[in-house]
Ligand binder design. Structure first.
Ligand code: LLP
Length: 423
């Protein structure tokens, strides 16, 4: 069983849409990230249906996968973007994003990034601290502009997800304490460099329940009504991203499962006029990609069988970092192969370099494996550790494959480095 309909077995061989994966491995070599354009579009459509006829904007959380081709696809479908750095702003603009649909999150915005985003005329800065509010106001004033801003509040709700990707609890570094928000908004109100436009939160990632969102929404609505009583009218409410996907047997929420109750709550509390913003990342791209890898060696030790593959933690660090589960599919299993229990590991010199553990699979040396659900937080978190060039990315559209990022060359790894002259 694969987790995305665009990656299916046909005649015993795993395909990306209409292309057999072995063809892609022959043409582009491995390791290789393979994305399905149809899967991207279908994930987008689920959000589009959920917001149809509503005042809402989907800002793709582009940290999940920021390849220009992926951004361009979503931009054409009408997406805005949630960025967290000047680099992401530049990427979004290079992909044709409308600045008026870009929101800027993140706890550590530097002055140059703020200037760049103000010059680009983005939709909103999601401000995460009192110190950032001051910096943003000063820079805007110095540029003769008013910075459109929201406070990212920390609603102190438990999203029931991995501690490293949970962001809405009091002890996290994100956002401002919701109790401190009214005073900060009043301060912002006085500042000529600031234009208050909304409120924002993001409570975590890979969330599989509606309740934490509705808890957060309730707290945000209380805040909005309190601000209204103070004469501060907001125009939008940003609920962040975080909807989970299926890695193995999870039952993810459809965006409509979340948005129907959100819209009715807003209406019930007299806030139906607010624009709703979401910042989904993983749920738009996660199941639209796989990481294709080849088995270099099989190795038996007294206590373990290892399948040593040519992909590693530098290509997909989620297992090493979060002990994340990714399904592994042999791409072309043959009759008569024996199943054994393997740890699937990479060539990197770290015991943490594993991609999957204790999987019963029919594997032989030279076989191709597909690491599933690698469309999100895979390439975007990749590194060159152990001087491994980052792998190529291919976007499949029916029976067409587009190379959307070539494999880095060995020279790319150190081309910009300099040995100081002896002196
Ligand atoms: N908005 C903000 C402010 C965020 O910090 C994030 C993700 C998103 C939106 C998108 O969240 P999503 O819809 O993708 O859950 N590397 C981790 C995930 C880190 C998420 C960080 N923030 C992983 O591989 O699971």
């Amino acid at each position: 069983m694969t987790v995305a309909p665009q990656f299916q077995f046909k005649n015993g061989v795993l395909h990306a849409e209409d292309i057999p994966l072995p063809e892609l491995a022959d043409q582009y070599a491995t390791p290789l990230y393979v994305y399905s354009r149809r899967a991207l579009r279908e994930a987008w459509e689920r959000y589009a249906r959920a917001i149809a006829g509503r005042n809402a904007l989907i800002c793709y959380g582009m940290k999940a996968n920021s390849n220009l081709a992926v951004l361009h696809e979503f931009q054409r479908l009408g997406a805005g973007f949630d960025i967290v750095s000047g680099g992401e702003l530049a990427r979004a603009l290079a992909a044709g994003a409308a600045p008026g649909k870009i929101v800027f999150s993140g706890v550590g915005k530097q002055a140059w990034e703020i200037r760049q985003a103000l010059s680009a005329n983005i939709k909103c800065f999601n401000v995460e601290s009192a110190a950032e509010l001051e910096r943003l106001a000063d820079i805007a004033l110095e540029m003769g502009l008013r910075a459109p801003m929201s406070l990212r509040v920390n609603p102190d709700v438990d999203a029931h997800t991995h501690p490293y990707i949970s962001t809405g609890l009091k002890e996290n570094k994100f956002g401002v304490d919701i109790a401190a928000a009214p005073a900060l908004y009043r301060q912002a109100m006085q500042h000529p460099g600031l234009d208050i436009v909304g409120v924002d939160c993001h409570i975590g990632s890979q969330i599989l329940e509606i309740a934490p969102y509705l808890d957060a929404l309730g707290k945000l609505i209380d805040l909005i009504l309190e601000l209204r009583a103070d004469g501060i009218e907001l125009r939008h409410l940003d609920l962040g991203g975080g909807l989970g996907i299926r890695y193995t047997d999870e039952t993810p929420l459809d965006p409509a499962d979340l948005l129907d109750p959100v819209f009715s709550t807003l209406e019930a509390r007299g806030l139906g006029h607010l624009q709703l913003i979401l910042e989904p990342g993983r749920s738009l791209v996660g199941n639209a990609g796989i990481l294709l890898t080849r088995v270099e060696y099989l190795k038996r030790t007294p206590v373990r069988n290892f399948a040593i593959v040519d992909a590693a933690m530098n290509d997909l660090m989620r297992p090493a970092l979060y002990e994340a589960w990714h399904d592994v599919e042999p791409v072309a299993p043959r009759a008569g192969q024996t199943n054994r229990v393997y740890d699937i590991v990479g060539p990197i010199c770290e015991s943490g370099d594993w991609l999957a553990r204790q999987r019963e699979l029919p594997i032989e040396q030279g076989d191709l494996l597909a690491i599933m659900s690698a469309g999100a937080y895979a390439f975007s978190m990749a590194s060159q550790y152990n001087a491994r060039p980052r792998a190529a990315e291919v976007l499949v559209d029916a029976d067409q494959a587009h190379l959307i990022r070539p494999r880095e060359s060995i020279q790319d790894l150190y081309a910009s480095e300099r040995i100081p002259a002896r002196g």
